[in-house]
Design a binder for this molecule. Structure first.
Ligand code: GLN
Length: 450
């Protein structure tokens, strides 16, 4: 078994623990069931978010429209983890195509928070964060477009690392927004991420946006951080107090903390939702009932009728909302006002981070403005209120910068994270800081962890 796993645990015991956690928290869209078939040597166990293609499970990306789709190949990140000795134990539940922050927009199952099953795991990689939180020694592969690794990491009390755009190949990932999507890792602490991030990194001839890159350097440190004042507005009172305690602790660790301003952060959320939905609305056009998954047999109608019928049935409400929003934003007549404007805001945000990095090693904010909400609270949120929860996780994703969410507090027993954003290719510094943080801050594990 891999480091961190209980010594001597057999695959049979592991899968029993996985089943038990899954039954209580609905972590997996599909998982390994037959231990005998998989009595193989492995160094560690991992899961893949359901929008990653793997040859042994369906890939539905949380959507009904992909029901039954079994890819004949592995995503590069998954293939590389198998080569490194990983055993893939299942596909984790998520918001449909990544659309959401609470994993409630899922057709395959809504994961329940490890600390309180009446609450959300966050999203869209909610199942991934729950797996990382509930299973000892587990590595969960997640994906972030606008915060889908940081958000659930914060709500589930685990470490979530989103790499620099282009560090990890996107081959085999079911696209949400191609200019924003990044594959990353979640685990209960930073050790497994430090160990296996190098395995999934590096250019890939199958993904032209994967980049020739500097190797991961785990020796770099974060000596100074900037806290932008814009990040402290809109937080719950208890989150603000918890964050200030974490800042004080970082200062005691010798990290210099400067208060600063990043005015463009105020526009990041609007820009993110315009760009992300514009890209999503074109990506989803391929699900027309002819190629993947839920294939429609009756073809006696015109294409438009056929297409509408398949999509009305196969796509959830939030996916439809995003198609409408994204299509509107790139329509002739509105394009300049929305899409092009959002690209300009993206540029501004990139410049503001560059400005910060001239004097500090990282930008520090809370990850989410509140702790994991209850499902009844989520039901009463408007779409806009739900989108607003992403105001701190959107900006680093727009800029393609590496960032990490680290558990930094427990508020009434529920975990909360802080988020650090570093310059391109500086994941190593983020992971070094997480390791130092873990030497002095004790993570509290949920009950029933296996
Ligand atoms: N919550 C954001 C959205 O709904 C981000 C999701 C993601 O990163 N996939 O778009």
């Amino acid at each position: 078994m891999g480091e961190g796993a209980p010594p001597g645990m057999s695959v049979m015991d592991l899968l029993a623990a996985v089943r038990d956690a899954d039954e209580r928290h609905r972590i997996f869209a599909e998982r390994l069931e037959d231990p005998l078939a998989y009595e193989v040597e492995h160094a560690f166990h991992f899961s893949a978010k359901d929008n990653l293609c793997t040859s042994d499970f369906q890939a539905r990306a949380g959507s009904r429209i992909l029901e039954g789709y079994r890819p004949p190949f592995d995503a590069t990140a998954v293939a590389r983890l198998r080569q490194a000795g990983g055993l893939l134990i299942g596909k984790t539940n998520m918001d449909e195509f990544g659309f959401g922050s609470f994993s409630t927009n899922s057709a395959t199952g809504v994961p329940r928070n490890p600390y309180d099953a009446a609450r959300s795991c966050g999203g869209s990689s909610g199942g991934a964060a729950a797996a990382a939180s509930m299973l000892e020694g587990h590595l969960a592969v997640g994906v972030s477009t606008g915060g889908s690794i940081s958000c659930p990491a914060s709500f589930c009390g685990v470490v979530g690392l989103t790499p620099t755009y282009g560090r990890v190949s996107r081959w085999g990932l079911i696209d949400y927004g191609n200019s924003l999507d990044k594959i990353g890792l979640l685990s209960a602490s930073s050790g497994m991420i430090r160990r296996y991030l190098p395995a999934i990194s590096g250019p890939d001839p199958l993904d032209p946006t994967s980049q020739v890159q500097p190797p991961l350097d785990m020796s770099g440190q974060i000596r100074s951080v900037a806290v932008p004042e814009e990040a402290l507005t809109g937080l719950s009172g208890s989150m603000r107090a918890a964050f200030e305690d974490a800042v004080a602790r970082l200062e005691r660790m010798g990290v210099e903390v400067r208060r600063g301003a990043m005015p463009a952060l105020r526009f990041a959320l609007s820009a993110y939702y315009i760009l992300a939905t514009a890209e999503a609305s074109t990506n989803l056009a391929r699900y027309c009932g002819m190629r993947y998954g839920d294939i429609e047999q009756e073809t006696d109608q015109s294409f438009n009728e056929f297409f509408s019928r398949v999509r009305s049935r196969g796509l959830g409400r939030e996916a439809k909302r995003r198609i409408l929003l994204g299509t509107f934003c790139r329509m002739v007549g509105f394009r300049d006002r929305y899409y092009i404007k959002a690209l300009q805001v993206r540029e501004l945000i990139i410049r503001e981070y560059e400005e910060q990095f001239r004097s500090v090693d990282a930008v520090l904010t809370p990850t989410m403005p509140f702790v994991a909400p209850r499902f009844d609270e989520i039901e009463n949120m408007s779409a806009l209120e739900a989108y607003q929860a992403d105001f701190l996780t959107g900006p680093p994703n727009l800029a393609g910068l590496p960032h990490i969410s680290i558990p930094c507090a427990y508020i009434d027993g529920l975990p909360a994270g802080m988020q650090l954003v570093a310059p391109r290719w500086e994941e190593g510094r983020l992971l070094s800081l997480a390791e130092r943080w873990e030497n002095g801050f004790e993570y509290r594990r949920p009950e029933g962890r296996a």
